[in-house]
Design a protein around this ligand. Structure first.
Ligand SMILES: C[S@@+](CC[C@H](N)C(=O)[O-])C[C@H]1O[C@@H](n2cnc3c(N)ncnc32)[C@H](O)[C@@H]1O
Length: 481
């Protein structure tokens, strides 16, 4: 492997991995809970159907009373007068050419998926043609992301190119603004492989539904922004990453308010057992609320490759493999996949997690649950605080699990390791399935990156005890059958 560059913070370096392409590796010991990436976005995009409740400048969820609608196009809104000024004055946010293109686009009454892709292309064009050092830096960063177009993106680009031309028609420099079909296809592929889905808050989903029932600013098929990007990446998550907590699911999928593209965060490859979790803070009201951060789940020795999961942790082998192949264009051969591919159907972890989570009565009952997409280290509980253990103190020192960094890529894993890993790092709140990381270095309090619930070590040990009892009971039943 060749070292390509060293990140500014000195924690990470980019190396070439023969199978995965560019990869981020730790250049020193990273403690569990340590932030390894904290980065501003290249581009933020609001999902068309969330345009009436999401600030186009900072992606904050906006309540009906505070929102300021763009009076020129009616297709974007702002959370504050200052965001309005910033958006209008920034070529790649909501400057006059973008605003007029948004208006023309809405008049075409296209399906929401098409609108979303065309909006992305418009913003990319704005970056390319703004002519400022900052826009050039962002456009170059976008172009440096991985993504060679497939036939599918070429077909979409061919289909969308006339609409793009139409949305740009009113602009004086329209001819020079257009891009060739090949470039459009390339940008679309880069967006698919590298953008992180930003989850909608529960209140936002309700607001969007109410607004759509009344007069909608978006015409055409009533689409839904569902988890497509990473973490969706995979979807927030890419995110990215899982089903929403109850109340935020629709059709079993997360709802997204939009997506974000980050340069360094786009270099984090996938493993079905991640060692970092992505957190965002769009609704926190704090400075740098558009930054993404990645926290280590556990200690990472120097030379460890950072790995996030592009898919929800509870997905079964077939679902994970299909998503990696169909959306991201690779076959996942990670240690977890190797392990599970040797299992019989009875060993499938998914049904087990559903059973455990449905019956679970912990974290969500104990912790205040912020809206999805809002988990913020500084907003949650006191980092050192330990949770009450209930009336009966649990004596479980003997069960202290040993969870170390996963072994190398060789796999397969010990089934016990896999089980413990998921029990420890997958959020225990019913139906959540987010990924939990220590709130800060040295802390044993884990915080979920989807619902924001926290879980102490003691609670984890109780859950472990419950899970072991469950397993023993299951074995007895199997023997009896
Ligand atoms: C968000 S990018 C990650 C950074 C990328 N490796 C690069 O060179 O820029 C996602 C792409 O990385 C590659 N990738 C990520 N995880 C992988 C894995 N576990 N196995 C093989 N390829 C992987 C795939 O090409 C995928 O489409």
């Amino acid at each position: 492997m060749d070292t390509l560059t060293v990140s500014s913070g000195g924690v990470l370096e980019v190396r070439m991995n023969a199978r995965k392409g560019r990869s981020l590796y730790t250049s020193r010991l990273v403690k569990g809970g340590e932030i390894v990436i904290d980065e501003a976005p290249i581009l933020l995009l609001v999902a068309p159907e969330m345009a009436q409740s999401t600030c186009i400048a900072c992606l904050r969820a906006i309540g009906p009373k505070e929102r300021i609608e763009c009076s020129a196009c009616g297709q974007a809104c702002f959370c504050s007068p200052s965001c309005q000024v910033v958006a209008h004055g920034t070529p790649w946010l909501h400057s006059v050419p973008l605003c007029s293109a948004y208006k023309r686009l809405a008049a075409l009454c296209l399906p929401t998926d098409d609108q979303a892709q065309l909006r992305f292309l418009l913003h990319a064009l704005a970056l390319r043609h703004a002519g400022t050092p900052e826009s050039e830096r962002r456009f170059n960063a976008l172009c440096s992301l991985v993504g060679e177009p497939t036939e599918s993106e070429h077909a979409v680009a061919l289909r969308l190119a006339p609409y793009l031309k139409e949305t740009l028609a009113g602009l004086s420099a329209a001819e020079s603004l257009s891009l060739g079909e090949g470039e459009l296809a390339m940008l679309l592929r880069k967006e698919q492989l590298n953008s992180y889905g930003v989850l909608a808050s529960q209140q936002q989903v309700a607001t969007a539904a109410a607004l759509q029932t009344g007069s909608s600013g978006v015409c055409g098929r009533r689409g839904e922004a569902t988890c497509g990007g990473m973490g969706g990446a995979g979807c927030s998550t890419n995110s990215g990453e899982a089903d929403l907590p109850p109340g935020e699911r629709e059709g079993g999928e997360r709802r997204l308010r939009g997506s974000a593209i980050y340069a360094q965060a786009s270099l984090v490859n996938h493993e079905c057992l991640p060692n970092v979790a992505r957190f965002d803070f769009f609704d926190s009201g704090r400075p740098n609320s558009t930054h993404v951060t990645f926290r280590a789940l556990h200690d990472l020795p120097p030379g460890t490759e950072l790995a996030q999961s592009y898919v929800p942790l509870h997905w079964n082998l077939a679902e994970r493999q299909a998503q990696c192949r169909d959306v991201y264009g690779f076959d996942c051969t990670c240690p977890r996949c190797q392990t599970e591919s040797q299992w019989s159907d009875e060993d499938d972890v998914e049904s087990e997690w559903e059973t455990d989570s449905d019956n679970g009565d912990m974290a969500a009952d104990d912790a205040a649950v912020p809206a999805a997409g809002e988990p913020a280290t500084g907003q949650s509980r006191d980092a050192g605080a330990s949770e009450p253990c209930g009336d009966h103190e649990v004596e479980m020192q003997h069960a202290q699990p040993i969870i170390r960094a996963p072994p190398g890529e060789e796999g397969p894993l010990e089934p016990t390791y896999l089980r413990l890993f998921l029990l420890k790092y997958m959020c225990a709140a019913p139906g959540c399935f987010g990924t939990a990381a220590p709130v800060k270095p040295g802390s044993t309090l884990l915080e979920c990156n989807v619902c924001g619930c926290t879980r102490s070590e003691q609670e984890f040990l109780r859950e472990l005890e419950r899970s072991q009892q469950h397993q023993e009971q299951e074995q007895i039943w199997r023997q009896q059958l």
